[in-house]
Design a protein around this ligand. Structure first.
Ligand code: G3I
Length: 409
């Protein structure tokens, strides 16, 4: 991790005269002032060696999040009986790769075991069970997580509290109770409220601001708000509007992060929708850059369409991530690099003094390059509007992916 930061800082400062391949998403994020670019993952996928190879690629991913294995049904399937086996696999993977671990999630209405949802609770007994769950899970992972999503999706779309077993039994104070228990178990981990559809501002974002103040007014620590960023293509707000929403949280004294980003497309995809998806991802990550260092990082909800949650939830939709089901980068990858202010191709020659990074506010779908050299493996080598290199470094071949994007494969 330290090594990556040094490389990125050196690249940003122009101290590395020659870069022979385009930098990755995490490297670009560091250079843009973020702490990380990351991906969610899940235990079942880790037996796929090609998948694991890319997940382990710290040029792209400096952070991972377990998509399921730290949730209540996994960690405390029966009352007082804790299981950390699957969560530990992902924590160990983060350790061995030198990646940050975002921990997800302690209190959520979903993926609760039936002993919680069907229990006969009083305010006192459920509060005790809630505290016991959080204390055990956070203590187990103490020192290993950079963030905990302490409370997840506590709001309805109109900003009122979602009806769940905790709210109906304990009232809104379940939220500061949860944050207090997490803070007591690990005083150093950053504690987040995490939700979707906050990115539009409006009533739901106002509800999340109310939650931040509820916790603060209780004298309890809350460090951040996670904006999940689950979108349909074409519905992502403008970069400046996203910045305004992020600043609304930052003004309360908390940091922000995009925690579960994906941009789903109605299938089949087209060159137009893939290009729009690249713009959407660029605007999202660009708004994080614009509010760094208060916006600390950007996580996609897994990296390949092969393992996205979207098709099973939104019938007829998919293709929500920057890599397709065959692990080929889509235009969205370059859209992310563009939003991070990074060029996408290799630099010109061994004697070049320029770096692959440029500072830019572009929101276009593909990063531009002034390089006249060859593109490296995975680099862009063509497509509508592409002005970068059209040849690939040996032994790679420039392969047309779609009208907007050719790639060295
Ligand atoms: O583990 C069982 C397996 O034993 C069984 O054979 C299989 C059959 O359906 O189901 C497996 O469980 C699935 C689990 O993912 C693990 O793959 C559940 O059915 C499935 O519902 C569950 O979906 C997860 C979803 O949360 C649940 O709401 C997704 O993987 C996960 O990506 C998704 O993540 C959430 C975030 O935590 C919060 N924000 C929204 C986001 C997307 O829904």
């Amino acid at each position: 991790m330290v090594q990556l930061r040094l490389v990125a800082a050196a690249v940003a400062a122009g101290l590395l005269p020659t870069v022979t391949s385009a930098i990755g998403l995490h490297e670009a994020a560091l250079a843009a002032g973020l702490e990380y670019f990351g991906s969610a993952t899940d235990n079942g996928e880790l037996s796929d060696s090609a998948y694991l190879t890319q997940l382990d690629n710290t040029a792209d991913f400096g952070q991972i999040t377990p998509g399921n294995s730290q949730k209540w049904d996994s960690t405390e399937p029966s009352q007082g009986s804790f299981s950390f086996t699957n969560g530990d696999v992902i924590a160990d993977l983060a350790d061995s790769n030198g990646q940050y671990l975002r921990c997800h999630t302690l209190v959520w209405h979903n993926q609760l075991p039936s002993w919680v949802t069907s229990g006969s609770w009083t305010n006192a007994t459920l509060t005790a069970a809630l505290r016991n769950h959080i204390t055990n899970v956070v203590t187990h992972y103490k020192g290993r997580c950079i963030h905990w999503d302490v409370v997840n999706e506590a709001l309805n779309e109109d900003g009122t509290y979602r009806t769940n077993i905790f709210y109906t039994t304990i009232g809104e104070s379940y939220i500061p109770i949860a944050f207090a228990a997490a803070a007591a178990a690990d005083p150093d981990v950053k504690l987040y409220y995490n939700d979707y559809n906050l990115e539009y501002g409006g009533s739901k974002a106002a509800g999340a601001q109310r939650i931040v103040q509820l916790v603060q007014n209780a004298g309890v620590k809350i460090d951040g708000v996670g904006l999940q960023a689950h979108f349909e293509v074409g519905t992502v707000p403008s970069r400046s509007s996203l910045v305004s929403v992020l600043n609304g949280f930052i003004a309360l004294g908390v940091e922000v992060a995009y925690t579960e980003a994906d941009v789903r497309i109605q299938l089949p995809t087209s060159a137009t929708t893939l290009a729009q998806q690249a713009v959407d991802f660029g605007n999202l990550v660009g708004s994080c850059v614009d509010t760094a260092p208060d916006c600390v990082g950007f996580t996609i909800w897994d990296w390949t369409d092969k393992y996205s949650w979207v098709p099973s939830t939104f019938s007829g939709y998919g293709a929500a991530l920057p890599w397709d089901e065959n692990y080929v980068k889509k235009p969205a990858y370059n859209g992310l690099l563009a939003g991070l202010g990074a060029a996408t191709s290799s630099s010109a020659s061994a004697t070049a003094t320029s770096t692959t990074l440029t500072t830019t506010t572009t929101t276009s779908s593909s990063a531009t390059s002034t390089s006249t050299g060859t593109a490296a493996h995975w680099g862009q080598c063509g497509g509508n509007g592409w002005t970068g290199p059209t040849a690939c470094a040996s032994p790679w071949t420039c392969t047309v992916i779609n009208a907007w994007y050719s790639q060295c494969l």
